[in-house]
Design a protein around this ligand. Structure first.
Ligand SMILES: Nc1ncnc2c1ncn2[C@@H]1O[C@H](COP(=O)(O)OP(=O)(O)OP(=O)(O)O)[C@@H](O)[C@H]1O
Length: 278
């Protein structure tokens, strides 16, 4: 669905992506992680044809995004991190924008808005940023495009709304769709994604399914660090320590996104080679 080969991108002389390779298939939610300024937004904008690669191949749904073919554009939606919305009623926004997406479902849009406690008869005028974000998340999901890109979707959402967001996203993905959620707030993706991509040093340094991560790593609590076999990374916790260790006994533990990300940042070499070893 998305094939990227040796993609290079820079803003003038400032290199952002160098020889980036990626192959993403449908039916999955990908978490695109990376520190501030790693290039997550720049990558998403190229996938949807809003920025043009300097070099390399980029194929999305069989199209070259930068050609901006109308058929391609009606099957991809990017929810940007920040946006300006017109001061109009939600219904009027819908009337103007929904027709660009042939599979747009008004029923789904109304359901998502209701989940977010936003009345459909409201106007965008006077809404807070977080409330507008909820309208835009609902709109994005209701487009039912094959590819859905969300750039920092939880920015501006309060804690209960982040929970609503996770619930809505978890039930929204259809088998023919692919979703990429970019964030540096890794905790917001807990229990949501199928696959982790980490962008660093101008390319993807980590590309693994959650299943393969939990096969190779165990996320646990321990009172004493010296009782943890094959420890990779630890943090002080309320009781003892939160740890990431090699999963040598085939334990079934739940991925802790924040611990995973911190372990990767702190023990990059060890983590990357663990997954490269077949
Ligand atoms: N329009 C621009 N002109 C010049 N440099 C830019 C522009 N937009 C982004 N950059 C730079 O490119 C790099 C990548 O930015 P990008 O926004 O893609 O990163 P990001 O991973 O999405 O960051 P964040 O998590 O902070 O949103 C950064 O160093 C940024 O300063």
């Amino acid at each position: 669905m998305i094939e990227i080969e040796n993609l290079c991108f820079s803003y003038g002389k400032h290199k952002v992506l160098t020889n980036l390779n990626l192959s993403l298939s449908q039916g999955k939610i990908f978490g695109l992680l990376g520190k501030n300024g790693a290039g997550k937004s720049s990558l998403l904008y190229q996938i949807c044809g809003l920025l043009f690669p300097k070099q390399g191949k980029l194929n999305v749904n069989g199209y070259k995004p930068f050609e901006r073919n109308p058929i391609f554009l009606q099957e991809i939606y990017l929810l940007p991190e920040e946006f300006d919305l017109p001061n109009v009623a939600i219904k009027s926004f819908l009337k103007t924008n929904a027709p660009f997406y042939p599979n747009f479902s008004e029923e789904l849009f109304n359901n998502y808005l209701a989940e977010f406690n936003i009345p459909i008869n409201n106007s965008l005028q006077g809404m807070s940023f977080g409330q507008k974000k909820k309208v835009m998340i609902s709109f994005a999901l209701a487009t039912q495009t094959k590819v859905l890109l969300m750039d920092e979707p939880t920015n501006g959402l309060d804690i209960p709304s982040k929970k609503q967001f996770r619930k809505i996203i978890a039930g929204a993905l259809q088998p023919h769709q692919l979703m990429i959620i970019s964030t540096h707030q890794v905790k917001d993706l807990d229990s949501l994604i199928d696959h982790i991509l980490v962008l660093e040093d101008e390319h993807i340094i980590f590309d693994q399914s959650v299943e393969s991560i939990t096969q190779k790593l165990a996320f646990k609590q321990a009172m004493q660090l010296n009782e943890v076999e094959n420890l990779i990374y630890s943090e002080g916790a309320l009781r003892g320590h939160a740890v990431v260790a090699k999963n040598i006994h085939n334990e079934h533990t739940r991925l802790d996104m924040e611990m995973f990300f911190n372990a990767l940042a702190s023990e990059k070499q060890q983590m990357v080679s663990l997954f490269n070893d077949k």
